[in-house]
Ligand binder design. Structure first.
Ligand code: PSV
Ligand code: MN
Ligand code: MN
Length: 424
């Protein structure tokens, strides 16, 4: 489905005068609003190829229809999102769920939609049809050298696919761990994993990064071999300068102080990227900002503070990716909501008066420090985010336009009511 520019313009014209009123007000409230808008225009968040279909749980999956049936259609869907919000200019592929059969053609198609390829993700947490050896007892940690070798080779294969597409990072998430005490020798599992990672790292091109994701539990429920940020840090520190920790917001034990983790990893130069989502209980993969928007803001507050302290480029020095998936929403609407929530938190963090905050901290003025952060969080920055979209030729209200244009209905007509996404 094509989203013609004139339709976006017509939508924007309808909303323009109301938007301008709100923008004028917020611009008079926030001193650096113009600089914030510019940063928002440049900020891009990668869409995961596995989130474009209706996600499921192990209990069932309820497709909404019109889902992308191929990698090409997934790219078209991300292209639609990007046309609507101009903030989704990248796609992150999961392999083998989304193997590019003809990488050159895929690259051309992505470029036509203004998209680049973000991190490629390997998968050694499932057995694939025809796979020789099973990952039932882990992959890179496995006690069996041949199984580790198979998993290492898969990762090297994924790097090759990434190179063909112009990606420049590999994300590794391992489900490796154990379900019962005594099942694993923790130190051997660590050593095997480290050696395996070293072999993969050796295949990482010089201009690439390796991201190592951690996760507290699930599918293993007693131990996970890369179970928290400290364990990921311990591996990536040993691997070398191209290896970094990836923070998936849903991968922590309840009440973990994720913003502090982010601050420390950044300070150590070992924060690589993000998987944004939200959760109430575990790895719920809900829409970013749906449950704990203040936490998302506090994370961005640390990101802006820490990246600026290190002179980092917000747009490219960290990998920004969404990792959310749904059973009950239209996945495209859901992704628009996630991107909006991320942009809002980023804008709010950019609006924090850092000089005043530092002063309050240095004077132990707890109340003033809290006021500064809460004021930023309680300020409605949506007109700034909308203005960034307007300037980039995208829609003032992407979800409303998506619905007015009946995008899902059109996709169902094109692809069928029973079209179910490949992959996850
Ligand atoms: C695992 O829970 C995870 O967060 C990893 O990033 C996977 O690659 C992704 O979800 C897909 O299921
Ligand atoms: Mn993830
Ligand atoms: Mn996850």
């Amino acid at each position: 489905m094509q989203l013609e520019k004139y339709k976006i313009d017509a939508h924007n014209n309808d909303l323009l005068s109301a938007h301008q009123r709100k923008l004028a007000f917020i611009s008079s409230e926030i001193e650096n609003s113009e600089a914030i808008i510019q940063k928002l225009v440049n900020f891009q968040i990668a869409i995961p190829s596995w989130a474009l279909g209706t996600g499921g749980t192990r209990f069932g999956r309820f497709s909404g229809g019109g889902e992308p049936r191929s990698l090409e259609e997934k790219i078209e869907d991300v292209g639609l999102l990007h046309a609507l919000n101009n903030s989704s200019g990248a796609i992150s592929l999961h392999i083998p769920w989304d193997i590019p059969q003809n990488p050159q053609a895929i690259k051309v198609l992505a470029a036509q939609h203004g998209l680049r390829f973000d991190a490629v993700n390997s998968n050694t947490f499932q057995d694939q049809p025809g796979q020789e050896k099973t990952y039932k007892f882990g992959s890179l940690q496995n006690v069996n050298r041949d199984i580790r070798k198979q998993a290492i080779e898969h990762n090297i294969e994924v790097i090759k696919h990434g190179i063909e597409l112009g990606s420049d990072s590999l994300t590794i998430w391992l489900s490796d761990g154990s379900c019962f005490p005594g099942q694993l020798n923790f130190r051997k599992a660590y050593q095997n994993t480290l050696e395996s990672l070293e072999e993969i790292y050796a295949a990482i091109p010089d201009n690439w990064k390796l991201f190592l994701e951690y996760k507290a539990f699930e599918p293993n429920f007693y131990s996970t071999t890369v179970g928290d940020w400290g364990q990921s840090y311990s591996y990536v520190k040993k691997l070398g300068d191209k290896a970094f920790t990836l923070v998936d917001l849903g991968h922590h034990l309840p009440n973990a102080n994720i913003e502090q983790i982010v601050a420390l990893l950044l300070m150590e130069g070992k924060l690589g990227g993000f998987h944004f989502n939200d959760s109430k209980y575990g790895d719920d993969d809900l829409t970013a900002g749906a449950i704990k928007p203040y936490q998302l803001f506090l994370i961005f507050n640390e990101l802006v503070d820490g990246m600026d302290a290190r002179g980092m480029d917000h747009t490219k020095d960290l990998g920004w990716m969404i990792d959310a998936s749904h059973n009950v929403k239209d996945p495209l609407e859901d992704l628009l909501q996630s991107v909006e929530a991320i942009m809002m938190s980023y804008a709010q963090a950019l609006s924090v008066d850092r000089i005043a905050l530092n002063k309050a901290q240095d004077e132990n003025d707890v109340v003033a420090a809290q006021e500064i952060l809460q004021n930023a969080f309680r300020t409605d920055v949506r007109p700034l985010v909308a203005e960034a979209r307007l300037r980039a030729g995208a829609a003032l209200n992407p979800v409303a336009l998506y619905r007015n244009l009946k995008v899902r209905e059109n996709l169902i007509n094109e692809r069928g009511a029973k079209a179910v996404s490949t992959g996850l």
